[in-house]
Design a protein around this ligand. Structure first.
Ligand SMILES: Nc1ncnc2c1ncn2[C@@H]1O[C@H](COP(=O)(O)OP(=O)(O)OP(=O)(O)O)[C@@H](O)[C@H]1O
Ligand SMILES: [Mg+2]
Length: 217
């Protein structure tokens, strides 16, 4: 599903990734751990096509993403990749339902089709009683679940999450992590989750540690 070969990334003289090889299967829930500054976010941004490596190869769902131009990439991201960030990045003036349907509308789906899928997800995420709430009227965990629904609405091949529970309390952190497994069981999604928390990481199928610019396990 996601394969990268000999990924290197430098910022000026600073070589952050020094030849990372990684292969993630469809339906896997994988965590990426490592010290602050180890290069977790860098790797996730490269895998998520938000940035380009200095060298190496990346294939997602059978496509060579480094061979695509910006237009092809933005369409690929919209349909194949879901993102969940530490801070939910919901649009404040839109309701939970409106936020969740946006990627679907951008793809060109009808509002009816978009709402059907988003409501199914929001209901699965126990948010069916909060559809008309704006982000300011939602709890932290609820906001993050809306962000998860938004990431999943186009049924992406893979979901990348960068410390998705970083601003939640420990109960909600664990709930969100469990949710990834429920979603995998229900929809067979693939998740790559960056976390600082080794307890959360160990709940995953596989833990990948980045150390000194390489995968150390
Ligand atoms: N745009 C950039 N320009 C220069 N250096 C950068 C840039 N982005 C990141 N870095 C450096 O690259 C290294 C890796 O950063 P990255 O954000 O990937 O770390 P991380 O593992 O996600 O850390 P954290 O756990 O603190 O989020 C850091 O030393 C950082 O200072
Ligand atoms: Mg980071």
């Amino acid at each position: 599903m996601v394969t990268c070969t000999d990924i290197r990334k430098s910022y000026g003289n600073l070589e952050v990734l020094k030849g990372v090889d990684l292969s993630i299967d469809a339906g896997e829930v994988v965590s990426i751990v490592g010290a602050s500054g180890a290069g977790k976010t860098t790797l996730l941004q490269l895998l998520g096509t938000l940035d380009k490596p200095s060298s190496g190869q990346i294939s997602i769902d059978g496509s060579d993403v480094l061979a695509m131009n910006e237009k092809q990439l933005s369409q690929f991201r919209n349909t194949k990749i879901g993102f969940v960030f530490q801070f939910h990045q919901l649009l404040p003036e839109f309701t939970a339902l409106e936020n969740a349907i946006l990627p679907s509308l951008i793809r060109g789906d009808s509002r009816k089709k978009a709402e059907k899928k988003a409501k199914e997800l929001l209901s699965f995420l126990s948010l069916n009683h909060r559809l008309e709430h704006k982000p300011a009227e939602l709890s932290g965990g609820e906001k993050q679940r809306v962000a998860v629904a938004r990431a999943l609405v186009n049924e992406p091949a893979v979901v990348f999450a960068d410390e998705p529970s970083g601003n939640l309390d420990s109960h909600n952190q664990e709930e969100l992590q469990k949710l990834f497994f429920d979603l995998r069981s229900e929809f067979n999604h693939t998740f790559v989750v960056v976390t600082h928390d080794y307890h959360l990481a160990e709940m995953c199928d596989r833990v990948i540690e980045i150390k000194d610019g390489l995968i150390s396990n």
